[in-house]
Write a protein that binds this ligand. Sequence first.
Ligand SMILES: CC(C)(COP(=O)(O)OP(=O)(O)OC[C@H]1O[C@@H](n2cnc3c(N)ncnc32)[C@H](O)[C@@H]1OP(=O)(O)O)[C@@H](O)C(=O)NCCC(=O)NCCS
Length: 184
Amino acid sequence: MDPFSIRTVRLVLDQPGHPDVDDIAAFCGEPLFERYMSTPWPYERHHAESFVGEFVPQGWATGDEWTWAIRDSPGEPLLGVIGMRLRSGMIGFWLGAPHRGRRIMSEVVDAVADEVFARTERAEILWECVLGNVASMRVAERCGFSFTGAAPGLVLDRHGRAVISWTATLRRGDDRDPKPGWPI
Ligand SMILES: CC(C)(COP(=O)(O)OP(=O)(O)OC[C@H]1O[C@@H](n2cnc3c(N)ncnc32)[C@H](O)[C@@H]1OP(=O)(O)O)[C@@H](O)C(=O)NCCC(=O)NCCS
């Protein structure tokens, strides 16, 4: 399918491209990514080049994965990335370190969830994070996901191994108010 853009109150979600490669490479080289993400490590410029040049366009072309750059407005620098895997229903996201703490990601997840439920038949969106990633957990909590436990996750680490993860679900029709039951 053709990529589509999304506007939220403060942000625009559009396609990452070659002008974003340096920012992506710098952001994904942060040590936190080794711990909490399954992106390559060490992260090098060629990883960012193949991400924007191959991975993202192929995901849209097959319809398997929708990926967006997060920006303050069109043409502005990339703040982070959000992706939705349509087969598994898994949502994933990151922000560059300087852009955290503005509640950007909950606004973005809300908007992507609206589009997923409007444009697909999916009954639910899944979220998971490596155990202890409280910042990511707060985003899922704030967006109305229901905590479903700590267990080996569906997202394998960069070595192909399952990781003990916090997991949660947002069902079609759920309100977006925070739900009880989160571990912290
Ligand atoms: C997870 C992430 C996207 C959250 O995005 P965000 O827009 O900064 O989220 P928020 O502003 O709502 O803050 C969420 C939590 O992050 C923490 N936080 C706040 N400011 C922060 C900062 N400057 N730096 C790091 N963490 C911060 C707090 O725990 C906050 O929870 P609180 O608002 O209840 O205090 C971001 O921290 C990130 O990119 N982390 C690294 C990549 C990652 O872990 N991705 C998720 C993998 S599952």
